[in-house]
Ligand binder design. Sequence first.
Ligand code: UDP
Length: 338
Amino acid sequence: MGKVLITGGAGYIGSHVVKRLLERGIETIVLDNLQTGHREAVVGGTCVQGDIGDERILQEIFAGHEIDSVIHMAADCLVGDSTKAPLKYFNNNVNKSLRLLGEMVERRVNKMVFSSSAAVYGNPSRVPIEEDSPALPINPYGETKLIFEKILESCKIAHGLQYISLRYFNAAGADPDGLIGEDHHPETHLIPTVLKALLRKGRRVPIFGTDYDTPDGTCIRDYIHIVDIADAHILALEALHAGEGCDIFNLGNGNGFSVQQIIQATSQVTGRTIPVMESQRRPGDPPVLIASSEKIRKRLGWIPQYGKLEEIIDTAWRWHRTHPHGFRSSVLKKGVGG
Ligand code: UDP
C-alpha cells in the first residue's frame, strides 16, 4: 500500500486512524486545519496544516507526494451545532470536500475511505439498523454525509472512483497505550462530558431529554471503541486495494446503551458518583441508534477488539485522568476550560 492522505487526521478519530496505519508500516500524510484537531495528536508521518477547501494546498500535497488513497475525515460533526449553523456544515462537509474530490479525479487518485455517520438514517423504523435501511436524515449534519455519499457514487460511475463509506455510530474510548485521546473544546459528547464532570468540581452532566420513548426515557446509542473504528479503515483500504469494489458499511457494536446506562457504567468503572441534571431534549437527536455491523464483519472480516462498554469507558477514563486539560497545545491555546 502506498502513501495515504488523511484529511482531518489530527482529530479524535483521525489521529487514532493515523496511529494504527503507522503501526502497520503504512506511510501517512495528514491535512488538517487544526481548528479542532491537535498537532500533537498526530503521532508520526507528515502533518500539513491547511484546509481541504484550499486548492493551492491540495495541489501542493498531491504534486509533492505519491498518494494512492485518501481517508476523508475532515468535517464538522456535531448534530446539535448543525441544526444551528447548517450553512457551515454544507460548506465544509460538501462544498469544500468537492475540491478534494476534484483534485483526486484530476490526479487519478481513485481510492477513498469516507467518514460517514449513523446520522444518515434519521429516525430508523427498525433497529439494529442495516445499511439498506432508508436514509432519511433529521439534521443537517446527517444530510451533508448522505449528500457526499451520493456524490461518491456519481464519481464512481463517471470517474472510476473506488470508495468505501463507513457510517460510524458513537465513537468513544481512547488509545490503550494512553498516547492520544478525545479532546474537544467545548466538549459535547456524552462519555467525555461525564468523565470531565468527575475531574472538575461543580460540573454536572446535562441529560438531554428524559421523556423519549425508550425504557428509561433517555436516548440510546451504540458506542464503539476508537481503535475498532481505526482498524476498520485499514480493512477498508485493503479491500479497495484488492479491487473489491465500492461499498457502504455500518460501524457499531450492535448494543444500545441509554444515557442513564452510560452514567451508571461510568460510575462503576470510576468508582465515583456522577453529578447530573435533567435538561431539555437536544434538537436533532433521534431516540435510538443501534447498528447492525454484520455486513462489515462478513465482507471485510472486521472483529471489534474492544467491544465491552467497560473497556471503552476505562480507556477513555485513563486518558482523561492523565490529561485532565487535554493535549498540551489545548492548554496553551485555550486555557484550561472545555
Ligand atoms: N447527551 C447528553 N448529555 C450530554 C451529551 C450528550 O444527554 O452532555 C446525549 C445526547 O443527547 C445523545 C447521546 O447522549 O442522546 C449521545 O450524544 P453524543 O453527543 O455523545 O453523540 P451523538 O449521538 O450526538 O453523535
